[in-house]
Design a protein. Structure first.
Lengths: 261, 331
């Protein structure tokens, strides 16, 4: 053993400023995420692959209009879902299982600080996803309707959708066993990929089901994004309201039920 | 300035370091009064009271299931007492958690580190949570982890994981650290490095509360030893107080000697045992002196037997521990 420190310095305890703690923790989470191959597959490779495959082949019937114009908003919704729901739920569940959350509870980083760090991590990953997906979509000939209202509405949908899915992810991770969360989060991802208006238009489902599907966070997000980016529609009030209600309910219940150990 | 004292030098003047005189009115590091903690129908801690002074190393010993971890985790604010009070640095571990967290370092018995985080990255990030941390690189080096800095936590050996957890507990220069079995599963080199570090922490004025199964560790490091069993305090004191002045004299001779006449010649309170046959153990409450050795050998000569392998020993903490907590195995 080396004797680099011949003596230990006297105690000098003190917490760092909250922003420094949050950024340090978010940095660790981001680096861990980026080194994890499965996470990269989920957050980037699958959405881009779906975008390329479904836009080039006549695999699905999307009705009138450009194929990429239909797909790009749906894939953006899928990307948000993969990060703020599947990836966040699985990551947090295993952190809970391995005592990482318990150990963090003994550091000066408060629970609020930890949640802020996770929000920063999710936000940074999603920003990267949006850049890549928009870039690939434009390369595939996407011509979105650009206006202050459409871009603003799209950003609001992405942020509120992210909040809604994050709340549901934390609800799952904080109550179920890690293995159960792993299975359930992947299953929900697949189901919502099918019925969330991501690659299959909601108009293909029976009329009775459509209001239900549009009231799920995935349906509301893809529907809202499509209405502003594809059709240049006005403020998607109903979809924003649906997402806000999911966010309030999900985060509220998660905050009450989350078990840190 | 005291050198980093060899940890066994309990009588060294360096142990009475100036920080202990600094402020008489500061509350003790840990003060537990009548702590009760139950899990369903199981009582983990049943009315435990104990006191740990600042600037000292206090070792909490006890068989598996004695309530050590529950007690420590209550001090760390992880468990809410069902009865009694717990004060850490004079504060309530749950109500005053915000004030305590920067001042208290915690090493859990296992885990707590994200499995895919790299050792160096993890420690550097944790150090960023504190206002005046030690250099994480130097700390890794001191604990022999410098070469594993880029290794993900799950690929570290068990001993390396333990040392990283220890580093994480002390990187923020806390007033008080709780170490739950810090040397469990370590090889001798790593164990000695950990002991040196704990001794250095004490020299610096850091209070250390550690749980351990290694009685040698407690004997070497601790200013005070607390033995708990069945959720209650069994005994506490300095290692010297606990092992006491009891001396032991062992020898081998032919089996079945009548030791009553020997005991009559020895100070009152002495005990003679023969176990197994032919192995004699004489325990003397006042210790062994040359006169006692002469008495024993003279008695052997009277009996016409030769005392073989005659040894004089003092009790170890392990003897005390087994005496007080019994020899039956715990779950």
């Amino acid at each position: 053993m080396t004797e680099t420190i011949s003596d230990w310095p006297a105690p000098a305890p003190g917490a760092a400023p909250l922003p420094r703690m949050v950024m340090a923790q978010a940095g660790l989470e981001l680096r861990t995420l980026l080194r994890n191959g499965e996470q990269l597959l989920l957050t980037l490779i699958i959405p881009v692959l779906l975008l390329v495959v479904f836009s080039s082949e006549a695999l699905i019937s999307i009705g009138r209009g450009s194929r990429i114009g239909f797909l790009a908003p749906g894939i953006l919704a899928l990307a948000v879902m993969s990060t703020s729901f599947t990836s966040l739920a699985i990551g947090t569940a295993f952190e809970r299982r391995y005592g990482v959350l318990k150990r963090l509870g003994a550091t000066p980083l408060s629970r609020t600080g930890l949640i802020a760090a996770k929000a920063v991590t999710v936000g940074v990953v999603e920003a990267g996803q949006v850049v890549v997906i928009v870039g690939v979509s434009l390369a595939l000939g996407w011509q979105p309707r650009i206006s202050g209202l459409s871009v603003g509405s799209a950003l609001a949908l992405l942020v509120l959708g992210s909040a809604a899915f994050s709340g549901l992810a934390m609800l799952m991770a904080g109550t179920l066993r890690a293995e159960a969360t792993l299975a359930a989060a992947n299953l929900v991802y697949l189901v919502l990929l099918g019925i969330g208006g991501v690659v299959f238009p909601l108009t293909k489902f029976p009329a009775a089901m459509r209001p239900v599907l549009r009231s799920l966070p995935s349906g509301a997000m893809s529907d809202g994004l499509r209405s502003v980016l594809r059709y240049g529609g006005g403020l998607p009030g109903r979809d924003l309201l649906v997402l806000a209600l999911w966010a309030i309910a999900g985060i509220g219940i998660a905050a009450r039920t989350f078990r840190w150990e | 300035m005291c050198p980093v004292a060899p940890s066994q030098e309990h009588e060294s003047p360096c142990v009475r370091f100036p920080h202990r005189l600094a402020n008489v009115s500061t509350p003790p590091a840990v003060e537990i009064t009548g702590l009760v903690k139950t899990y369903g129908r199981t009582t983990a801690v049943a009315g435990l009271s104990l006191l740990a002074e600042r600037g000292q190393v206090t070792a909490v010993l006890g068989p598996n299931g004695a309530g050590k971890t529950t007690t420590v985790e209550t001090c760390e604010g992880y468990r809410r007492p069902d009865g009694g009070t717990v004060r850490v640095l004079g504060l309530d571990p749950i109500r005053d958690a915000r004030a305590l967290r920067p001042r208290v370092g915690v090493m859990l018995q296992s885990g707590g580190v994200p499995t895919s985080a790299r050792a160096g990255d993890y420690l550097r990030v944790l150090s960023r949570f504190y206002a005046r941390p030690v250099d994480p690189g130097l700390l890794l080096d001191r604990l022999g982890l410098a070469e594993s800095a880029r290794t993900p936590f799950r690929r570290l050996s068990g001993g390396q994981q333990q040392r990283l957890s220890l580093a994480a507990a002390i990187v923020g220069r806390p007033d008080l650290v709780f170490l739950d079995e810090p040397t469990a599963g370590l090889d001798p080199q790593a164990r000695h490095a950990t002991w040196d570090l704990i001794a250095a922490l004490r020299e610096s004025g850091t209070t250390v509360i550690l749980t351990t199964h290694y009685l040698e560790e407690a004997e070497r490091l601790a200013d005070r030893v607390v033995i708990i069993d069945h959720g209650k305090l069994v005994i506490e004191g300095t290692p010297a107080e606990l092992t006491g002045t009891v001396g032991q004299l062992r020898f081998r001779a032919e089996p079945g000697l009548d030791t009553a006449s020997l005991l009559a010649a020895l100070p009152p309170g002495s005990v003679a045992k023969e176990s197994p046959a032919g192995a004699y153990l004489i325990e003397l409450t006042g210790g062994v002196d040359p006169q006692i050795v002469a008495t024993v050998t003279a008695w052997c000569a009277d009996q016409g037997v030769l005392a073989q392998s005659l040894r004089i020993e003092s009790r170890t903490l392990e003897d005390v521990f087994l005496e007080l907590t019994g020899r039956e195995l715990r779950s």
